[in-house]
Design a protein around this ligand. Structure first.
Ligand SMILES: Nc1ncnc2c1ncn2[C@@H]1O[C@H](COP(=O)(O)OP(=O)(O)OP(=O)(O)O)[C@@H](O)[C@H]1O
Ligand SMILES: CC(C)(CO)[C@@H](O)C(=O)[O-]
Ligand code: BAL
Length: 281
């Protein structure tokens, strides 16, 4: 497995491979890898010849400086996991390599109304930061395909809007959410959960599963109310939102007959903010 710290080293590696027609997949990550990330690598291997995983904790998408500061960075462990998974290249630039003009360089694109809903409402400017870095990663790799997890449902939508904005010929593949045996969606931030938080964290997947399992039984308002009631009286758990939304634009669902419905949730469990979602139909 090759490790690249600069865009130019990465380009030098990829150029001859592209010339011989190899299909390139990019798997963007912020590191602290778990089996959710590895599932993206494995799925990429079914669609492409060369897999490049990027590891970069992108400062411009963090709205809470403490969140950025404590983001886990177990690089040796990450490299071992990627090597074991058969990833050919890892791109791990530093901040200056990705933001040569400083982190405040001008970037603003129209991502549509959905930018300001849900995660965008709680993490102001988050999706400008995400799309800014993903565009830089796309420019550095020029992949044929790129893999993103459904766990960050809104992120996938925003990245597709960014691709449309720049008319980039990259196929986005959305990968299913990988969960722990008890239902918790795998996430790098899960390591911050105390043993008690870890038990409480199950409320996210349980409330989502409730909505999926009982979708036919109740109307939308009752489904949401019953799902939100899961969060009542759990010590140290604070619900940011629970919504049943249209998966195309993340607007609240208007009726149960709509296509593409998804339930999405974000909650603080102890001091750790978690997100999760389940597709209803
Ligand atoms: N449990 C999971 N199943 C599938 N894909 C996942 C899972 N967790 C993260 N991903 C995807 O991996 C990619 C990189 O995500 P990232 O490095 O932010 O990890 P993360 O676990 O989501 O961390 P965190 O949410 O704590 O930042 C994203 O496309 C994300 O959606
Ligand atoms: C796509 C991404 C790597 C951009 O920093 C990040 O938002 C993530 O890990 O989901
Ligand atoms: N996986 C989403 C990255 C973030 O939380 O900033």
């Amino acid at each position: 497995m090759e490790i690249f710290k600069t865009k130019s080293a990465l380009k030098d590696y990829l150029a001859p491979l592209k010339k011989t027609g190899k299909k390139i997949a990019l798997v963007p990550t912020m590191g602290a890898l778990h089996n959710g990330h590895i599932s993206l690598i494995k799925l990429a291997q079914q669609h492409a010849d060369i897999i490049i995983c990027s590891i970069f904790v992108n400062p411009t998408q963090f709205t809470d400086p403490k969140d950025l500061e404590k983001y886990p960075r177990p690089i040796e462990h990450d490299l071992a996991m990627l090597n074991e998974a058969g990833c050919q290249g890892v791109f791990m630039p530093n901040v200056a390599e990705m933001y040569p003009d400083g982190k405040d360089e001008n970037w603003h694109i129209d991502l549509g109304k959905a930018e300001f809903l849900l995660e965008g409402a709680f993490r102001k400017g988050h999706y400008q930061g995400v799309t800014q870095i993903v565009k830089k990663l796309f420019d550095a790799v020029e992949p044929d395909i790129a893999m993103f997890g459904q766990k960050d449902f809104q992120q996938v939508l925003m990245i597709k809007n960014m691709l449309a904005h720049f008319k980039l010929p990259i196929e986005i593949i959305t990968c299913p959410i990988i969960r722990e045996d008890d239902g918790l969606a795998m996430s790098s931030r899960n390591i911050h959960l105390s043993p008690q938080d870890r038990i409480h964290s199950l409320v996210l997947s349980k409330s989502l599963q409730f909505v999926v399992d009982h979708f036919q039984e109740y109307n939308l308002a009752d489904l949401e109310e019953k799902a939100k009631a899961f969060y009542n009286d759990i010590d140290g758990v604070e619900l940011d939102y629970f919504t049943i939304a249209n998966g195309n634009n993340l607007e609240p669902a208007q009726n149960k007959e709509e296509e593409n419905l998804v339930a999405l949730v974000a909650a603080k469990v102890g001091s750790t903010r978690l997100i999760d979602n389940m597709i209803i139909k």
